[in-house]
Design a protein. Structure first.
Lengths: 539, 311, 220
C-alpha cells in the first residue's frame, strides 16, 4: 500500500472540473465549498448590518422606513446566526481538520457530508427567497405570537429555510461524533487528541441534541402561521412563553456552537505560537464538555422578565453563574500556557491576543446579565446586543479568522502577506471595540434593541458605534482581499510553516486527496514540543 | 429631560441605586480580571518572545493547585453575584402590600393606562413620588414590555396572562418609557413618559382628569351588563360559584386540584371558563374571549377583588 | 483501537476507501444510526414537552379531545406496528445469516404492515375533517378553545410520525432492492441493520403516542 505508482497529487488538483467539485466527497473540498458559501453569507449579513448602523447615525428614523429597518435587523440576525456563525468554524476548519487530526482519510460519512452542504444551500436559498419576496420582520428569534399571528411577512418560508439549514448542522455534528469515536488512528487515545477535536466533539453534541428542538419549534410556528394550528396562540389558551422555552433550549446552546469551536481553535493556536504544551490539557478538554452540558441548563436566563416563575429563574441564574467557571478556566489556562513559552510575533499571535481580550469582555459582561436583579434593567437593551457580539463576533469570528490565517497555508498551499495579516488583526480589534464598547454604555442608559428611532441623547454613542463599524468593515474586506489574491499566486507554502506539532503538519500543503500516504500511528501526546526538541537534539 | 450626552442613567426609584450598586460591584470584579489577564497575556507575549527560530517553550504541563485556585475563586465570586442579584430580583418581584394599583395594557403600538380613580391616559404615566406603585400589565395582541430605565424596572406584557411589576418613584421628573420587547413595525414608537410628581400635585392632576368612573365602578357595571350577575349570585341559588371573598382564596377544582384565585386565575376563568371548573359546578359558562377587551377584564377583576361576604 | 494495517489487499467490494476494514465500517454505521436516533428523540421531545404542559393546564380539554379518537383503530394500528417490528427483526436476522429469500419475504411483510398503518391513519384523519376537529378556521366553534391545542398537537405528532413511516417505506424499498440483488450476508449487513433500527424507533414513538393521545380517561 505504500507509494502509488504516480506521485499522488494534491486534493486541489485531482480530479479536475466543476462537477468534480460539486459532487466531491472529499472533506477538504467540502470545507472549501462551505468556506466560499459562508463568506458570501457573511457579506450579505454585513450589508444588512451596514444598513442598521447607517440608520442609527441619527435619532430620527429617516434613512429607512420602520418596516424596512425591522427587516434589516431580522435578516442580519437570521443570516449571521444560521448561515454564517453556526457553520463557520465547524463546517470549514472542522470539516478540513477533524479527519486529518484523527489520522483518517475522510469523515465517517462522506456522502452525508456533501448532503449537509446541499441542505445548507437549499435552506439558505429559501431564506434568501423570503428576502426577495419582501423580507421577514420578526427578529431572528421568531417570537410568537408576533411571528405566527401578527406579522404579514414571509415567516413560514424563512422558518422552513432555517429548519432545513438546521439539518445540515445536525448532519455535520453527527459526522464528527462518529468520526471522533470510530475513526481515530491507532495510538490516538482520547487524551492525546488535539484540543480542537475535544471542542468539535463538544460542539457536535450540542448540534445533535439542540438543533432538533428548534427544528420542531419552527415547524410548530410554521403550522400556526400557515395552517392556523394554535400551539402558541393565546386565544385558544396557548402559551407564548412555551415558545420562548423551546426556542432558547436550542438557541442558548447555539451560542456554544458558535464559541466552543473558537475556543478549540485558540487552544491550538496558543500551543503553536508559544511552542509549548497546553497548560492543564485535561482541564481545558473537560471544560469544553462541561460548557456543552451545563450550557443546556441555562436557557431560562433569557426569560427573567417573561413572566417565567421566579423560582425557575433562580435555578437558571445559579447555573448560568456556574457555566462561567469553565470559560474562566480556559482563559486562565491559555494565559498560563504563554508563561515561559517561545512566542512568535507572526500574525496568528495577533489574532490570539485579540481573541482573549474580546472574549474576556464578552464573558465577563455575561455575569451582569446572569445576575437577575440587574438583568431586569439590562434585558433587551443594547447592553445585551454588545455582550453577545463580543462573544459571537469578538470571540467566534476572531477565532475563526485566526484559524483561517493559521491553516490557510495548509488548506491552499499559499501564504499571505504577513504585514497585512497583522494590520487586519489590529483593524478588526480596534474597529470591533469602537463599535461595541459604546453599546454597553448606551444599553445601561436604557436604549432598547431593535429600535428604528431613538431619543436624541443616545446619538453620540451611536455615531461612535457606526464609525467603529466602518473600521471593522474595512478590516474584514482587507482580509478577504489578500486571501483571495493569494489564490492567484503560485503555491509557496511549506508543509509546516509554523513549526507546529499535529498530524496536519506532517503531510504536504495542500494535502493529497486521501490525506495520508501511510496510515499514521500516534505515539505521543498532543503539543509535545519539548519532546520533539529533545529528539532533534539527540539526533 | 436629560443632558445631551449622558453616560449614566438617572436614578429615580427606590431600587435604582441598589441595582447600580450591584452593577458597579460586577464592573469592578470584571475590570480587575480583564486587566489582569490582558496584562499577563501581553507581558508574557513580549517577555517570552521567540529569540531564535528553533526555540521551543518550557516543558510545563500544568498545576493542579493553580487549576483548583482558578476554579474556586471565579466560582465564589459568581455565587456572590448570584445571591446579590437574586435577592434584588425578589425585591423587584414582590410589591409591598400597600402599593397603589395602576393598570397598563399594551397594544400595537400604544400603552393604555388606567388609574385607580378611573382616570385614563395614553403613553404617559403620572405617579406620585414616595408611594409604591404596582402595575398590572396586560396585552391585547403580541408581546410587549414596559420598561422605565430611570426606575431600573421592566416587565413583559404577555397576551393571555397578566403580569405585575412595581416601583417607588423617588425624584420628581419626567422619564422615558420604552417598549423593550419587539412588537412589530412601530415598536420604536411605542414609547412614552413617566411623570413623577409630588403627591399633592398628583392628587391635583387626578382631580382634574376626565373620568368615566373608577375601575371598580366600571367593573361593577360590566358585571351587570355582561350578565355575570345572573349566575354568580351572592347566595347559593346561582348556577355559578359565589364570588365574595374569592380573590386570594384557595379554590377546589372538579378534577381534584386546588388553585389560588389570583388575578391570572380570574382572568383565565373569564376567558377560558372550562379550563379550571370549580368543584360541584357544571362547565356551562361561555367564554368571553373576543367579547371583553383586556381593559374591561382588568376592570372586572378590580371589581371582583372588592367583593366581600356580608359580615 | 482498530487493527489497522490489515486486509488492504483483499478488499470486500462494499468496503469504502476511508475505512480500515468491514468491522470499523459496521461500527461506524451503527453508531451513526444511534446518534441520528438521539436527534429524533429530541425532535419529538419538543412536541412531548408542549403536550405535557398543555395536558397539565387543560386536563378537561384533553379528556374531551381524546374521546373523539377511535381507540379501536388506534389499537389495531398498534398491533400492526408491533407485527412489523417482528418481521423487521426477522429480516435483519435473515441478512446476518445471508438467507436471501427470508430477507425478501420479511421486508415485503414489513412494508405491508407499514402500508396498512398508513391506510388506517388515512381513515382516521378523514373522520376528523368531517367532524370539524381540524384546528383553524373550521374548528367546531361549540367546543372549548383549548381543545384546539389538543388537536393541533394530535395532528403534529401523528402527522410527523406518519411522515417517518413514509420515509421508512422508502428505505424498505431500497433495502428490498439490495436484498433482491443478494447484497447482504454475514460480512455485510449494515444497511439492513440500520434500517431496522430506524423502523423500530418509529414503532416505539407510536407506542408512546397511542396511550398519550387515545387512552386518556379510558379506564374510567
Amino acid at each position: 500500500m505504500n507509494h502509488a505508482v504516480n506521485e499522488p497529487r494534491s486534493y486541489l488538483d485531482a480530479p479536475y472540473g466543476v462537477a468534480s467539485w460539486l459532487l466531491t466527497k472529499d472533506h477538504k473540498r467540502i470545507a472549501l465549498l462551505y468556506l466560499i458559501s459562508i463568506t458570501v453569507f457573511f457579506l450579505i449579513g454585513a450589508l444588512f448590518a451596514a444598513g442598521i448602523r447607517a440608520e442609527l447615525m441619527t435619532p430620527e428614523g429617516d434613512l429607512f422606513t420602520a418596516d424596512m429597518y425591522n427587516k434589516l435587523f431580522t435578516l442580519h440576525g437570521v443570516v449571521m446566526v444560521f448561515f454564517f456563525l453556526i457553520p463557520s468554524i465547524p463546517a470549514t476548519l472542522g470539516n478540513f481538520l477533524v479527519p486529518i487530526m484523527c489520522g483518517a482519510k475522510d469523515l465517517a460519512f462522506p456522502k452525508i457530508n456533501l448532503l449537509s452542504w446541499y441542505l445548507y444551500l437549499i435552506g439558505a436559498t429559501l431564506t434568501l427567497g423570503a428576502v426577495f419576496m419582501g423580507g421577514v420582520d420578526t427578529g431572528w428569534t421568531f417570537y410568537t405570537p408576533y411571528s405566527s399571528m401578527a406579522s404579514n411577512t414571509n415567516v413560514t418560508l424563512a422558518a422552513v429555510g432555517v429548519f432545513i439549514a438546521g439539518f445540515s448542522s445536525i448532519l455535520t455534528g453527527f459526522n464528527f461524533v462518529v468520526t471522533i469515536h470510530r475513526m481515530r488512528a491507532p495510538g490516538l487515545t482520547w487524551f492525546r487528541m488535539p484540543l480542537f477535536l475535544w471542542a468539535m466533539y463538544a460542539t457536535s453534541l450540542v448540534m445533535i441534541l439542540g438543533t432538533p428542538v428548534v427544528a420542531i419549534t419552527l415547524l410548530m410556528v410554521g403550522a400556526e402561521a400557515a395552517l392556523g394550528f394554535g400551539i402558541f396562540d393565546p386565544r385558544v389558551g396557548g402559551d407564548p412563553v412555551l415558545f420562548q422555552h423551546l426556542f432558547w433550549f436550542y438557541s442558548h446552546p447555539a451560542v456554544y456552537i458558535m464559541i466552543l469551536p473558537g475556543m478549540g481553535v485558540i487552544s491550538e493556536l496558543v500551543a503553536a505560537v508559544s511552542r509549548k504544551q497546553i497548560f492543564g490539557y485535561s482541564f481545558v478538554a473537560y471544560s469544553s464538555l462541561a460548557i456543552a452540558i451545563i450550557g443546556f441548563l441555562v436557557w431560562g436566563h433569557h426569560m427573567f422578565v417573561s413572566s417565567q416563575s421566579i423560582y425557575a429563574g433562580l435555578v437558571f441564574s445559579i447555573i448560568t453563574m456556574i457555566v462561567a467557571v469553565p470559560s474562566a478556566v480556559k482563559t486562565f489556562n491559555w494565559t498560563a500556557t504563554l508563561y515561559r513559552g517561545s512566542i512568535t510575533w507572526e500574525s496568528p499571535t495577533y489574532w490570539v491576543i485579540g481573541f482573549i481580550g474580546l472574549f474576556l469582555v464578552g464573558g465577563l459582561t455575561g455575569l451582569f446579565l446572569g445576575a437577575m436583579g440587574l438583568d431586569v434593567h439590562l434585558h433587551d437593551t443594547y447592553f445585551v446586543v454588545a455582550h453577545f457580539h463580543y462573544i459571537m463576533v469578538g470571540g467566534g469570528v476572531m477565532a475563526f479568522l485566526g484559524g483561517v490565517h493559521f491553516w490557510w497555508p495548509k488548506m491552499t498551499g499559499r501564504t499571505y502577506p504577513e504585514t497585512l495579516g497583522k494590520i487586519s488583526a489590529v483593524l478588526v480589534f480596534v474597529g470591533f471595540n469602537l463599535t461595541f464598547l459604546p453599546q454597553f454604555v448606551v444599553g445601561y442608559l436604557g436604549m432598547p434593541r431593535r429600535y428604528h428611532a431613538y431619543p436624541e441623547e443616545f446619538q453620540i454613542l451611536n455615531v461612535v458605534s457606526t464609525g467603529g463599524a466602518s473600521v471593522l468593515g474595512i478590516g474584514y474586506l482587507l482580509i478577504i482581499g489578500y486571501l483571495v489574491a493569494s489564490m492567484f499566486k503560485p503555491r509557496n507554502a511549506t508543509a509546516n510553516p509554523w513549526g507546529a506539532t499535529g498530524l496536519e503538519w506532517d503531510i504536504p500543503s495542500p494535502p493529497t486527496t486521501f490525506n495520508f500516504e501511510i496510515d499514521p500511528v500516534v505515539t505521543e501526546d498532543a503539543y509535545n514540543y519539548a519532546g520533539r526538541a529533545q529528539k532533534t537534539g539527540d539526533n | 429631560m436629560q443632558s445631551t450626552f449622558p453616560l449614566f442613567p438617572q436614578a429615580a426609584s427606590s431600587v435604582a441605586s441598589e441595582v447600580d450598586l450591584l452593577y458597579f460591584f460586577i464592573l469592578a470584579v470584571s475590570a480587575f480580571f480583564a486587566i489582569l489577564v490582558s496584562a499577563l497575556v501581553v507581558f508574557f507575549a513580549v517577555k517570552y518572545r521567540r529569540r531564535h527560530p528553533d526555540e521551543v517553550g518550557h516543558d510545563i504541563h500544568g498545576s493542579i493547585a493553580l487549576e483548583l485556585l482558578w476554579c474556586v475563586i471565579p466560582f465564589v465570586l459568581a455565587m456572590v453575584m448570584f445571591f446579590w442579584g437574586a435577592s434584588l430580583y425578589f425585591t423587584l418581584a414582590r410589591p409591598p402590600a400597600d402599593a397603589m394599583d395602576i393598570f397598563v395594557v399594551g397594544k400595537q403600538w400604544m400603552w393604555k393606562v388606567q388609574h385607580p380613580s378611573g382616570v385614563r391616559e395614553i403613553n404617559e404615566l403620572h405617579v406620585p413620588i414616595g408611594r409604591p406603585v404596582r402595575i398590572t400589565l396586560g396585552s391585547e395582541d403580541v408581546l410587549h414590555d414596559y420598561y422605565i430605565p430611570a426606575f431600573r424596572v421592566k416587565m413583559d406584557a404577555v397576551p393571555g396572562k397578566l403580569t405585575t411589576m412595581w416601583f417607588t418613584a423617588t425624584k420628581v421628573g419626567t422619564y422615558h418609557i420604552f417598549c423593550a420587547e419587539y412588537c412589530g413595525t412601530q415598536h420604536s414608537g411605542m414609547i412614552g413618559q413617566v411623570i413623577a410628581m409630588e403627591p399633592q400635585d398628583y392628587e391635583a392632576w387626578i382631580g382634574g382628569g376626565r373620568t368615566t368612573g373608577t375601575a371598580v365602578e366600571n367593573g361593577e357595571r360590566l358585571f351587570t351588563t355582561m350578565a355575570c350577575i345572573t349566575c354568580h349570585k351572592t347566595d347559593t341559588s346561582g348556577r355559578g360559584p359565589i364570588l365574595s371573598d374569592v380573590f386570594g382564596s384557595t379554590v377546589d377544582l372538579q378534577d381534584g386540584r386546588q388553585v389560588v384565585a389570583d388575578e391570572n386565575y380570574l382572568r383565565e376563568s373569564i376567558m377560558n371558563p372550562q379550563a379550571k371548573v370549580v368543584r360541584e359546578f357544571q362547565p356551562i359558562m361561555p367564554t368571553f374571549q373576543g367579547t371583553l377587551s383586556e381593559e374591561n377584564l382588568l376592570q372586572l377583576i378590580a371589581y371582583i377583588k372588592t367583593l366581600k361576604a356580608p359580615q | 483501537m482498530h487493527p489497522a494495517h490489515e486486509n488492504h489487499g483483499g478488499h470486500h467490494p462494499m468496503l469504502q476507501h476511508h475505512f480500515f476494514n468491514m468491522g470499523q465500517q459496521l461500527e461506524a454505521s451503527i453508531l451513526g444510526m444511534w446518534v441520528f436516533l438521539v436527534t429524533e428523540v429530541m425532535f419529538f421531545g419538543g412536541l412531548f414537552m408542549a403536550y405535557l404542559l398543555y395536558r397539565t393546564l387543560y386536563p378537561a380539554a384533553w379528556l374531551a379531545g381524546s374521546h373523539e379518537l377511535n381507540e379501536v383503530l388506534g389499537g389495531l394500528n398498534t398491533v400492526v406496528l408491533i407485527c412489523s417490528s417482528l418481521t423487521m427483526a426477522l429480516a435483519v436476522r435473515a441478512a446476518q445469516v445471508g438467507a436471501r429469500m427470508a430477507q425478501i419475504v420479511n421486508i415485503i411483510l414489513t412494508m405491508g404492515f407499514g402500508t396498512t398503518f398508513l391506510v388506517v391513519k388515512y381513515y382516521e384523519y378523514a373522520a376528523k375533517f368531517e367532524h370539524h376537529l381540524v384546528p383553524g378556521a373550521h374548528f367546531d366553534p361549540t367546543r372549548e378553545p383549548a381543545q384546539q391545542l389538543y388537536f393541533s398537537l394530535y395532528f403534529m405528532m401523528t402527522g410527523i410520525h406518519a411522515l417517518h413511516m413514509v420515509v421508512g417505506l422508502g428505505i424498505m424499498a431500497w433495502i428490498l432492492y439490495g436484498a433482491w440483488k443478494g447484497h447482504f450476508n454475514a460480512e455485510y449487513f449494515a444497511p439492513v441493520e440500520i434500517a431496522g433500527l430506524y423502523w423500530h424507533f418509529v414503532d416505539i414513538v407510536w407506542i408512546f403516542l397511542f396511550p398519550l393521545l387515545y387512552l386518556i380517561g379510558k379506564h374510567q
